[in-house]
Design a protein around this ligand. Sequence first.
Ligand code: NAD
Length: 504
Amino acid sequence: MNEILEAFGLTDDPVPGVCVAGEWRQGSGGIVEIPNPATGEVLARVSLAGRDDYEAAVSSSVEAFLRWRTLPAPQRGEYVRRLGNALRERKEELGALVSLEVGKILPEGLGEVQEMIDICDFAVGLSRQLYGKTMASERPNHRMYEQWHPLGPVGVITAFNFPVAVWSWNAAIAAVCGDPILWKPSERTPLTAVAVTKICNEVMAGSGYEGVFNLVAGTGDVVGEAMVDDRRLPLISATGSTRMGKIVGPKVAARMGRTILELGGNNAIIVMDDADLELAIRAVLFAAVGTAGQRCTTLRRLLVHRAIADKFVDRLKDAYSQVRIGDPLDDGTLMGPLVSQAAVDQMMQALEAARDQGAQVVYGGKALDRPGYFVEPTIARIGKDAPIVQEETFAPILWVIEFDTLEEAIEIQNGVSQGLSSAIFTQSLKNAEKFLSATGSDCGIANVNIGTSGAEIGGAFGGEKDTGGGREAGSDSWKAYMRRQTTTINWGDDLPLAQGIEFG
Ligand code: NAD
C-alpha cells in the first residue's frame, strides 16, 4: 500500500493539497484524514485550501489565460498529447491509487485512467477541429461566419466516485479550447487529485504555461462556494449530487456565468419478455454491482416483464452469489467497499425505509462484519409507487419492479426526477425503436442490449431533468468551453442593410 503512495511522493504529513502554477503549498483550510475504505485505517492527511490559497490559484489561472489563449490550438493540443503519454506511462500506479483511495476494484481504477488517456487523444484531434460555420449572407459582397474563442479559466468541481476521469473530461477539452483549469476535487479524494496534478506539472514544467493546471483541494463550502461566486470563472463544471447542483446552478446563473451540471441519476433497465436473458443478466450484474453501486450511471431500477420476472430474479440471485467481495486491489475481487461508514449507514437506512414501504429483500441487505466499509450487494422486489424508488441511494441496491407492457415500463422508467441513463433488453426492432423514439426514454443516454453504465468518451455524456442537463466529453461538448462570435464582413462599396431596410 505504501508503495502506491510513494510512487507519487504522497509521503509528507500533511500532503499539500494546493498547487499554484506548479508550486505546491500547504493549504490554510484545515487538515483532512483520508481513510482506506477497505480497512478504515488512515492512508494520509491532506492540508486543504483556505480562501488565501483559493485567491492565489484563481489569480494564477487568470494570468495563465492571458497567454494560453494566444497559443495556437494545435500547440495547446501538443501539451495535451504529452499529458496523455505521461498518463500512459503512469497508468498502473495511478489506477492502483484510485483503487486505494476510493475502493473501486483495480480493473475499474485502471479503466478510469484509460478513460483519461482516451479523452486526451480525443482532445488532441479536436485541437485541429475547433470549426466554425460559414453562412450565406443575404447581403451582396458580404461574408458571414462564426468563430470560437477561448472562454476563460474553468472551475472544475468533481465528485468522489470518479476522482480523476471526470477532471480529465473537462481538463483535456478545456485546455485545447484555450482555457486554464482550476480543480476542486472531492474532499474525500484529494490524493488522486494531487497525483494527477504532479503528472500535469511534469508535462508543463519549464513551458511558461504552468498555471494552466491549478489544484485547490478544499471543502464545498469554502473553495466550492468561492468558485461558484467568482466572476473570474465564466464556466463552472460541477459533478456531484443533485442537492449540490441545486445550490451551484442558481448561484452561477445569478452572476450570468455558465454551468455544466453532471448530477445524480436513477437509472433503469427494461427487460422485455423477448430479451436475450443471458446477455441481460450479465449487463444487469455489471451495471448494478460495478463500483459497488457508486456510479452515477449505476443501475438502480430493474424493470422486468411480469412473464419472466421470477425466472430472471432467480438467475440474478445466482449471479450475485458468485460476486467476490474483498480488497479492491486483490485479483478476482468483483466488488470493493463503499467509500465511507456514512455511505454504509445511508444504505441501511434506505433498506429500512424500503421494508416499511413493502419491499421484499430477496438477496443481501446487510453490512459485512469486517473492517472497512463493506456491504452485500442487494436485490429487493418493490412496488413501482414506493417513494424510496424515487431517490438515488448511492449504494448497490437494485429495486426490481414488474410491468406488463412496454408503454407501462417506459412510463415507470421516466417517472422519476432524474434523467441520466437508461437501457432496454429486447430482440424486437419495434420495441427498441419505440424506446429510442421521442415518446420513449427521456434520459441523456439510451442504450439497447447494453447496460446503463460504462459510457465511451466519444459521445456527449450527461442527463436531463434533475441530472442537470450538462454534456461533457465527446461529440460537440467542447462548445461549452468556448465563446461563439458571429462575424460579418462587408467587402463591397455599398452598405446594404439586413431585411432590405432603407435608411436615409
Ligand atoms: P457531492 O454532491 O457530495 O459532492 C460533489 C462535489 O461538490 C464535491 O467536490 C463537493 O465538495 C462539492 N460541493 C458540495 N457542496 C458544494 C457547494 N455548496 N458549492 C460548491 N461545491 C460543492 O457528491 P459526491 O458524494 O462526491 O458524489 C456522488 C454524487 O455525484 C452522486 O449523486 C452521483 O450520481 C453524482 N455523480 C454524477 C455524475 C454525472 O456525470 N452525472 C458523475 C459522477 C457522480
